[in-house]
Design a protein around this ligand. Structure first.
Ligand SMILES: Nc1nc2c(ncn2[C@@H]2O[C@H](COP(=O)(O)OP(=O)(O)OP(=O)(O)O)[C@@H](O)[C@H]2O)c(=O)[nH]1
Length: 229
């Protein structure tokens, strides 16, 4: 008996969106292993091991917005209050890609140094690594290389997909639109002193982020969990 709720409508991909390459759906390739192809056609992907579940780990400095990013993606919610992740947490998101069920396991890891030891024990076996930094905090971008190195120590660098994600874009955009004088502790209590002071500094930040992403061979995204962009 199947007790799982149906897959959410926006998680059903009947056709691959243009931005996705066909190779992303491995089971449609001609030379894919016949046993797996057959299991996919018969919806028995549970019998072919790791094929059914993809593990994604989300790493980055404390308070950069990892939990909020996952919550926006999985539950479409946002909480402005900061609650530190202790060790790790995880969410499971179900998809159907070209008729085949897939589950995405999203591991939210703690950014705080004292929990790093616990969190890193969950890095192994990831198919994708998302390294998050705060677009308004230069130091958090500088630390992304160390986060990547730590995560890659437990994974196969040749097969893992990498994403560099700049968070809290709404703060930068607000700054660009309103100017810094109208921003303050009252509006954004978690602003740090490293906040870029001018639009030019923000542009520099994005340029540096793109450079880091290129060096890492990661795909770069700038996002806001507050607005959902
Ligand atoms: N304005 C704004 N605030 C955000 C955004 N994302 C996260 N925040 C805030 O930043 C703070 C930290 O967010 P979390 O998601 O808990 O950060 P984290 O990286 O999971 O932190 P750790 O668990 O300590 O590693 C919270 O107060 C959030 O509300 C965003 O996109 N925009």
């Amino acid at each position: 008996m199947n007790i799982l709720a149906p897959v959410r409508r926006d998680r059903v991909l009947a056709e691959l969106p243009q931005c996705l390459r066909k190779e992303a759906a491995l089971h449609v390739l001609k030379d894919f292993h016949p046993r797996v192809t057959c299991a996919c056609q018969e919806h028995r992907t549970g019998t072919v091991g790791r094929f059914k579940i993809s593990k994604v780990i989300v790493v980055g400095d404390l308070s950069v917005g990892k939990t909020c990013l996952i919550n926006r993606f999985c539950k479409d919610t946002f909480d402005k209050n900061y609650k530190a992740t202790i060790g790790v947490d995880f969410e499971m998101e179900r998809f159907e890609v070209l008729g085949i069920p897939f589950s995405l396991q999203l591991w939210d890891t703690a950014g705080q140094e004292r929990f790093k030891c616990i969190a890193s024990t969950y890095y192994r076996g990831a198919q994708a690594i998302i390294i998050v930094f705060n677009l308004n905090d230069v130091a958090s971008l500088e630390h992304t290389k160390q986060w990547l190195a730590d995560a890659l120590r437990e994974n196969d660098p040749s097969s893992v997909l990498l994403f560099l994600v700049g968070s809290k874009k709404d703060l930068s955009v607000s700054m660009l639109v309103w100017g810094t004088s109208q921003l303050g502790e009252e509006t954004f209590p978690h602003l740090t002193l490293t906040f870029p002071k001018t639009p030019a500094q923000y542009v520099l930040m994005e340029r540096d982020a793109l450079k880091v992403a290129q060096e890492m061979k990661a795909e770069y995204w700038a996002v806001s969990s507050l607005t959902g962009e």
